[in-house]
Design a protein around this ligand. Structure first.
Ligand code: FAD
Length: 421
């Protein structure tokens, strides 16, 4: 379904599709299905090989010249200042052309937006170009063994020593830490201050800096996240974003982007994945089973609801209004949907799933904005991975219970969560 997003968005669509047609290297679309699932380790290796191809490099350079890497960032910091509507159009046109959007992971989607809002002009000038050109690859050092949902309770200490902060503590569940050279760390620089007030948000270099990174093996078999033992890592005070003691505010900007970032396009990958499962159900002779049909119909409705929720969000943004608890509503919806979808896939494929007979046939990854739980060497078949790894979606970026609390308190105005114990 092509939705009319208004004359300005449609003019932009024409402009961007012409640009893509004129600039995409001929062989790029044929290298790999850029929009295929990204759950299995072999998929990641195929993708990595495609990204090493000269055609990808050429594409990356042309996008950079046209300021189409981090294009949603303001022009004065190296972006193109595209609004949410234009971003949705840009992504749809890339998808239509079968060519990839070159992204900068958490640097682009999480830490960059927080720097833009909270950093000084000097910090912006230093850190943002390094994200755009790929020099700095970030991972998120928020969670600790005893502080996940209760993020304001982080124990990792930051002690100011001259013009540096010295950081000691433990972080855990850090997605992509083994590929990152920078970590944005939430640490306690003022233990005497109230819980939320004593925190700072520090950009910490990871190489040769007393940070031991240990991979954690996930139930899918891969190790896509890590724990870090930090024993005196140093970062210049210049790397503290928002000032000492203001880390909570900066972290909230990061989390808002993490939860709401993909709401407007989430349905695209789920729709593809849904139709792949319908195909599998036909192959396994399950489309005549009334209960399976009923559950497939439910799944289709959910994907359509995501589409309309995304459009509502776009409309909000087009009217220059800030999204509120929509970010939590969207996160809750796609993550709970995907978990139940994984169970449906398992019921359709049956025990053969365990023997790996359901190997990928194409389809959506449930794209998770960099917090992926899969990949990196897992040996499971596709639907088995969806069953196991979709469960992570209801945990990262704030668990479902936490999203429900946010919706209850901020959208419905119900009384605040009662802390037990
Ligand atoms: C795949 C994956 C990738 C991740 N990547 C990162 C990353 O890159 N960086 C990072 O910092 N972290 C990351 N995390 C960690 C994630 O943010 C935390 O796991 C999450 O915030 C939950 O914290 P916790 O695990 O400590 O669980 P807890 O906070 O201990 O929660 C345990 C259970 O109690 C429930 N609960 C807690 N508080 C409440 C409450 N007030 N009301 C009702 N129920 C409550 C929770 O919903 C949950 O069911 C990742 C996690 C996963 C699964």
């Amino acid at each position: 379904m092509q939705v009319d997003l208004g004359p300005e968005a449609e003019a932009f669509r024409g402009e961007i599709s012409d640009w893509i047609a004129a600039n995409r290297p001929a062989e790029l679309a044929e290298l790999v299905d850029w929009y295929a699932p990204l759950m299995a380790g072999s998929d990641r290796r195929t993708l990595a090989a495609a990204e090493a191809h000269p055609a990808y490099r050429t594409w990356e350079e042309r996008l950079a010249e046209a300021r189409l890497i981090c294009p949603q960032w303001p022009e004065e910091v190296g972006g193109r200042g595209l609004g949410a509507l234009e971003m949705a159009v840009f992504q749809e046109e890339l998808y239509r052309a079968g060519v990839p959007r070159v992204t900068r992971g958490m640097g682009e989607s999480l830490v960059g937006p927080s720097i833009i809002v909270h950093a000084t002009a000097e910090q912006k000038a230093h850190f943002l170009p390094r994200i755009i050109d790929g020099t700095d690859r970030y991972c998120q050092g928020f969670s600790e063994p005893d502080h996940g949902s209760d993020l304001a309770g982080v124990d990792t200490r930051g002690v100011v020593d001259g013009d540096e902060v010295v950081i000691t503590g433990q972080k855990v569940w850090t997605s992509g830490a083994m590929r990152a050279n920078m970590m944005f760390v939430l640490c306690r620089t003022d233990p005497a201050a109230a819980k939320h007030r004593g925190l700072s948000y520090v950009l910490v270099p990871m190489a040769d800096n007393h940070i031991e990174v240990r991979p954690i093996r996930q139930m899918g078999g891969a190790s896509e996240f890590c724990e870090e033992f930090i024993t005196g890592a140093r970062a210049p005070l210049f790397n503290v974003i928002g000032g000492l003691g203001n880390g909570w505010r900066v972290a909230m900007t990061t989390l808002g982007n993490e939860r709401g970032g993909r709401a407007a396009i989430a349905h695209l990958s789920y729709e593809r994945e849904f139709w792949d499962l319908v195909e599998v159900a036909r192959k396994h002779g399950r489309t005549r089973d009334p209960l399976i049909r009923q559950r497939l119909a439910w799944a289709y409705q959910q994907v359509e609801l995501m589409r309309y929720a995304g459009l509502r969000l776009l409309a909000t943004l087009a009217n220059q209004r800030e999204p509120g608890p929509e970010a939590s509503i969207s996160k809750l919806q796609w993550s709970e949907y995907h978990r139940r979808f994984g169970e449906l896939a398992a019921d359709i494929v049956g025990a053969s799933m365990l023997a790996g007979e359901d190997v990928a046939t194409g389809g959506g990854d449930g794209g998770d904005g960099g917090n992926t739980a899969g990949g990196g060497g897992g040996a499971l078949g596709r639907w088995h991975e969806v069953l196991l790894l979709s469960r992570a979606g209801t945990i990262y970026s704030g668990t479902s219970e936490i999203q429900r609390n946010v919706i209850a308190e901020r959208a419905l105005g119900l009384p605040k969560d009662v802390q037990l114990g």
